[in-house]
Design a protein around this ligand. Sequence first.
Ligand SMILES: Nc1ncnc2c1ncn2[C@@H]1O[C@H](COP(=O)(O)OP(=O)(O)O)[C@@H](O)[C@H]1O
Ligand SMILES: [Mg+2]
Length: 325
Amino acid sequence: MSDKLLDVKNLTIHYITEDGTVKAVNGVDIELKKGETLGLVGETGAGKTTTALGIMRLVPNPPGKILSGEIYFEGNDILKISEADMRKIRGNKISMIFQDPMTSLNPVMTVGEQIAEVIEIHEGLNKKDAIEKAKKMLELVGIPGARHVDYPHQFSGGMKQRVVIAIALACNPQLLIADEPTTALDVTIQAQVLDMMKKLKEEFETAMILITHDLGVVAEVCDKVAIMYAGEVIESASIEDLFNNPKHPYTIGLFGSIPNLEEEVERLNPIKGLMPDPTNLPSGCPFHPRCPKATELCKTQVPKNTDLGNGHKVRCLIYEGLVEA
Ligand SMILES: Nc1ncnc2c1ncn2[C@@H]1O[C@H](COP(=O)(O)OP(=O)(O)O)[C@@H](O)[C@H]1O
Ligand SMILES: [Mg+2]
């Protein structure tokens, strides 16, 4: 068996709505080894959350539909297994921290009960033992175990976020998908939470997909990066290769827009123009209307995924030798 934990091939997910078909995810490939962390980066609307929901098999249907692809987890295609088997994997082997996690806590349950609930279900412990383990999980994310009797409203934003992480880690998943886990937090707390996630990942060898629009976060935590644009991974590489040697004009544009320390910028707004409307994607390369290098050919020819070696892949006609760099 290979050391691949997750192997997503050609995943395509569309939302079929009255206003048209939203082509959210269009042939995404993702590979992850045990213990590895991938940063999934892209502007709002690039298809990051939909990709994650696809891996969890939680795409709302309708309007969402997984049109094609394979998602191998530990060698089995989880798109082919029963919902009952998927439920055993979800929250047990694969766990997800949702975007806007603050709302995923139950206001009328103590945080200890909420963590213990996961442990009871997945490890079959009795309530008392589960609470004991819940206390340990709280300590692990830097909250005194004695506070297990408190309710979510008694915690600060950063602490609530850490509780959510404790819940996601309570079953000791092999894969943790964290969808913008720190976006709602202020910068100092954000750094603390990221630092903690990094330590936990090292301690438990949890593989992680960290979804973010912040390249700074990626540099800090991830082993490799996939850059998404209009539902496609347009470039993927190790951290070193991507930061030292970005290839896709879009990625290069992203780096060009990294603010210097004096400026404070909340959101990526990299390159002139907007993300294309996913109900009406451009022909050829979806980035061509914004691309400084675009030629006539880019308007019609769909770029292939070119392997530059060392796991560095890019979708751009320049690297097929068809367009001048
Ligand atoms: N339930 C839904 N119904 C219709 N369109 C959706 C739904 N969820 C997401 N979308 C659309 O799919 C596209 C990708 O969204 P999403 O995966 O949330 O991107 P990201 O997480 O990168 O911001 C967007 O155009 C979004 O509006
Ligand atoms: Mg999202």
